[in-house]
Design a protein around this ligand. Structure first.
Ligand SMILES: O=P(O)(O)OC[C@H]1O[C@](O)(CO)[C@@H](O)[C@@H]1O
Length: 400
């Protein structure tokens, strides 16, 4: 794995091999719970059931080894480039956590026949029922209704509320909810807040292009789209490129289908939500809002290893906004660094100004001041990094 220049000379990459650690619990507890939920949601045939049993055994046994993708898998070569030669055949728990977790999702799609072009389950998103339920939940409806009140407020208040809506929408992550009731936990003051810098990079009327690297569908994607609508409406951006996953991933990650579902859902809503939906639909059809589903979005690697074509695409952006925990891990590197390591140093390789909107749901964190870190270590020593009650808005970049 490529290191971020000047920051990490030691191998501090996070792995899952320490019982009791967060990544260990993801492999041992969250993944089996997820397999069970997927099984309960679809009447998979015996072959699929057997494949799920085999994946469950293989990936939860600390002595189990990662089996390869099928010889005819269309992306086998791609995974070889991403490091399968190094990790497949080895322990799930000793591999880098990011690699093992990403490979788990790829293998899960295989087990349910998602890529089997001649099978009945081809292209059926195993997570779709959960994403759909999220989109139609009473909480999601209430968030849409709140837009009618928000529309009465001055644009600055709207901007702040929509930015925070997009940030905290990240708690609506179905993988996270497998072991924590994310929606019941209180929201706390931000641990780092560069939001003024973020707005300073998006001066109205400056012809900005904003890339938004989406995270979850449903209750996170809707507020992301509302923030994008605000950018376009108030000329903070002339164009927005929304990066989504080319196939289902990390349970609830947004795919193009999920974006269309969310747009349709918004468009059909009454009041301000419906108006935003119409504008976004129109923006998509004129190309002002573009979707990009690059294969690297599902890579088990940090963004420091992004391919040239993706880098070129980002280079056109005034600002890239990355949503959520997984994107954060990939942006700053899935490594245990001192939390006071400056965010701009960890992201210096990124080709544009960059912002992370992230609730903390895994061990990685940078860019905190020492006092904040000490306070958290004293007050919530076990959980502040992973329980999703803390969040950051971190930005690197100077206005042009
Ligand atoms: O949806 P998000 O915010 O990217 O969160 C995904 C996070 O959930 C986990 O998969 C654990 O369930 C983390 O390992 C991962 O970083």
């Amino acid at each position: 794995m490529e290191n971020v220049e000047g920051v990490d000379d030691v191998d501090d990459v996070i792995r899952s091999n320490a019982p009791g650690s967060f990544p260990y619990s993801v492999l041992r507890e969250r993944h089996p719970a997820l397999i069970q939920r997927v099984r309960d949601a679809f009447p998979y045939d015996p072959e699929r059931q057997r494949a799920l049993d085999a994946l469950l055994r293989e990936s939860t046994d600390p002595a189990g080894v990662m089996e390869p993708l099928p010889a005819d898998a269309q992306d086998r070569e791609q995974w070889e480039e991403w490091g399968s030669g190094e990790h497949v055949g080895g322990s799930w728990f000793d591999a880098p956590f990011l690699w093992a977790e990403s490979y788990f999702y790829r293998r899960l799609l295989d087990a349910v026949g998602y890529f089997d072009a001649t099978g009945p389950w081809h292209g059926i998103d195993p997570f779709r029922p959960f994403k759909q339920a999220e989109l139609r939940s009473p909480e999601a409806q209430a968030e849409l209704t709140a837009l009618d009140r928000l529309a009465q407020e001055p644009p600055e208040t709207q901007a702040r509320a929509l930015l925070h809506g997009s940030l905290w929408g990240n708690r609506a992550d179905l993988g996270f909810q497998l072991t924590a009731n994310a929606t019941d936990t209180p929201i706390t003051p931000l641990l780092a807040d560069d939001s003024e810098r973020l707005w300073s990079l998006l001066s109205p009327g400056a012809g900005n292009t904003v890339h938004v690297v989406a995270d979850n569908a449903g209750r996170e994607l809707v507020p992301d789209l509302l923030l994008i609508d605000h950018f376009l409406r108030h000329a903070h951006a002339e164009q927005v490129v929304l990066h989504v996953k080319p196939h289902p991933y990390y349970v609830s990650d947004a795919t193009p289908t999920d974006v269309i579902d969310a747009l349709r859902h918004l468009k059909q809503a009454p009041g301000e939500a419906g108006k935003a939906g119409e504008r976004l639909w129109q923006a998509t059809s004129t190309g002002q809002l573009q979707l990009l589903a690059h294969p690297f979005s599902c890579a088990p690697l940090p963004y420091a290893a992004m391919p040239d074509d993706l880098k070129k695409s980002f280079e056109k952006a005034t600002l890239t906004i990355l949503k959520g925990d997984l994107n954060y891990r990939r942006l700053v590197g899935d490594q245990l660094r001192p939390p006071a390591t400056p965010f701009p140093i960890c992201t210096s390789y990124f080709p544009t100004s960059v912002a992370a909107l992230r609730t903390l749901k895994s061990d990685v964190i940078v860019g905190l001041d020492k006092q904040t870190e000490d306070t958290l270590n004293d007050s919530e020593p076990e959980s502040w990094r992973t329980k999703g009650t803390h969040a950051v808005i971190q930005v690197r970049g100077e206005p042009r």
